[in-house]
Design a binder for this molecule. Structure first.
Ligand code: HXC
Length: 512
């Protein structure tokens, strides 16, 4: 064969690989409002930067048709100038399902990403384990799961759900750090509506069962949703802009131009003095972070706590804040799980944690107890206590009960703790406390209601303020709310060289 002939053969093979499952299935993919695997990679990466691996891998013949590259495109490239590894499942080949070749390709890519310390972005569009390949398909997923776990906390792993994904195609994403979904065109479920109908008799649709709306709000399985694929991939880039490439790197600094000493002149108008009045804590967060830019994580799940990423003095921070706008900002099962996972993520990747506290306590109730609030609340305590990144906490208004301890208190190893003068730090609110510690006096009084009011006022003056905590050193200072940004910025700057050692152990046993 001449050089020219061999080049022609190579071109023909690459052209066949590029066609995936063929023109007809590509057309069907477009008809569904979905891009192809290669189009998605082009939209995600800097132009011309993609280097494909294993485009010619194959083993399975379908009626004599050989699908080069099989049902996944893998490789590396640049995203906003930073190297990332990426795989995109190709729904046009066996519904993107995972057989031996796909499993080997993804596992190989993950090995490359882990040893080079670059993030992995998985674009998932797959019916899960390839039924025809039996145990080889299951083995392929097992190999990927193993690598997901080995890479966890070493490199950021981002999953994007871009079609109907089932089985292993959702379990692997569940082992990664963040899951993005596209509204209407992506779904996640263990198995689809047909199998459900035959096993349990339940009738449902793919969208109702596992659409973005279900997973970002009800199950909390997914963290972000976008109206279309292009917007979704832009959001992935935005998230990566806050993250280091691996756990040995610092998060990327960006010159934001927002002065560190900017005072929050109008913050006093945002937070009402009365502890039971609502406000949106995002109005405080947006004033604290650089240029008001805040990427909220899990926005629609457990909205009684807000978690997200922003920058202070150009350095990424993770913000956790109780949200008085929903359920008075109480800590319940879902908000504890949500915040605990976010704190763990930030700690894995050297992102300091800024906590804004305004919390009435953990939510009491039978359903919360039966649902395991004790275990789930303990996750949050564990996550904060175990985190060794810089931790700066500001108590805005109330910090009652166990929730005071849980929300980044000094006792759990926070480095710098501030309180606004409006902060009330106590075991519980006076209106509840007097029913326990003043019950006898109230019952014996000539005017029980007047006695109750007197006791509440007395409790407020004696206990519901920040000055006992300040006297004990549990908070480092009571600050003017307008100085919140500059105080946090200075604390984070001081903590940039923080170094702590933990007792030698294999790993702790977080209450899962
Ligand atoms: C082989 C598959 C496949 C699979 C889809 N296809 N899923 N081929 N193995 N798992 C093929 C179809 O035969 C079809 O081929 C093409 O992909 C498109 O599928 P459609 O059904 O036409 O598409 P759609 O109507 O959009 O439905 C998509 C779907 C559905 C909801 C994903 O295909 C589905 O329910 N598939 C099975 C899901 C599942 O139960 N997977 C196994 C999970 S177990 P043609 O030739 O017609 O184009 C698992 C275990 C891992 O993953 C371990 C977990 C712990």
């Amino acid at each position: 064969m001449t050089i020219e002939e061999s080049l022609e053969k190579l071109q023909a093979l690459k052209a066949r690989a590029a066609l995936g499952g063929g023109e007809e299935r590509i057309e069907a993919q477009h008809q569904r409002g979905k891009l192809t695997a290669r189009e998605r990679i082009d939209a995600l990466l800097d132009p011309g930067s993609f280097e494909e691996m294993d485009a010619l891998a194959h083993d399975y013949e379908d009626d004599g048709v050989q699908y080069y590259g099989d049902a996944v495109v893998t490789g590396w490239g640049k995203m906003d100038g930073r190297t990332v590894c990426v795989f995109a499942q190709d729904f046009t080949v066996f519904g993107g399902s995972l057989g031996a070749v796909v499993g080997i390709k993804i596992a190989k890519l993950m090995d490359v990403a882990t040893k080079t310390g670059v993030p992995v972005i998985g674009l998932n569009d797959s019916g899960g384990a390839r039924i025809q390949e039996g145990v080889d398909a299951l083995a392929g997923y097992g190999e990927i799961f193993f690598r997901n776990v080995q890479a966890s906390g070493v490199i950021p792993q981002i999953s994007v759900i871009m079609g109907p994904c089932a089985g292993g195609a959702v379990y692997s994403p569940a082992l990664t750090d963040f899951i993005f979904m596209v509204e209407q065109t992506s779904q996640m479920f263990l198995t689809g509506p047909d199998v459900i109908a035959s096993v349990t008799g339940e009738i449902t649709t793919v969208e109702e069962l596992g659409g973005a709306a279900s997973h970002v709000s009800k199950s909390g399985v997914a963290h972000f949703s976008s109206p279309n694929e292009t917007d979704c991939l832009e959001e992935v880039k935005r998230l990566l802009s806050y993250l280091p490439s691996n756990n040995m790197d610092d998060p990327p600094f960006e010159e934001t131009g927002d002065p560190v000493d900017r005072r929050l002149d109008d913050v006093l108008n945002v937070v009402p003095g009365e502890a039971d009045q609502q406000y949106d804590v995002r109005d405080v967060i947006e004033r604290v972070v650089d240029n008001g830019e805040f990427m909220e994580v899990h926005e629609y799940f457990a909205p009684n706590i807000v978690c997200g990423l922003g920058r202070i003095a150009g350095h990424p921070v993770g913000v956790v804040a109780n949200q008085p706008l929903y359920l008075a900002g109480v800590l319940d099962i879902d908000s504890s799980r949500k915040a605990a996972r976010f704190v763990r993520f930030c700690d894995s990747f050297n992102i300091p944690i800024v906590t804004l506290v305004d919390v009435p306590g953990f939510l009491p109730g039978v359903s919360q107890e039966y649902g395991g609030i004790i275990t789930h609340g303990a996750k949050l305590v564990y996550a904060y206590a175990a985190a060794t990144v810089p931790k700066v906490t500001v108590i805005l208004r109330k910090a009652f009960g166990g929730a005071y301890d849980a929300m980044g208190s000094k006792h759990l190893g926070a480095d710098v703790n501030y309180a606004w003068p409006t902060a009330a730090i106590a075991v519980m609110a006076g209106s509840q406390a007097v029913n326990i510690i003043g019950r006898r006096e109230i019952q014996a009084a000539d005017d029980p209601e007047a006695e109750r009011k007197r006791q509440i006022e007395d409790y407020r003056l004696r206990l519901e303020h920040p000055y006992i905590a300040a006297a004990e050193g549990y908070i480092d200072d009571v600050i003017d709310p307008r100085d919140t940004r500059v105080k946090i910025a200075h604390a984070l700057e001081m903590l940039r060289t923080k170094s702590v050692s933990v007792p030698p152990k294999k790993h702790g046993n977080i209450p899962l």
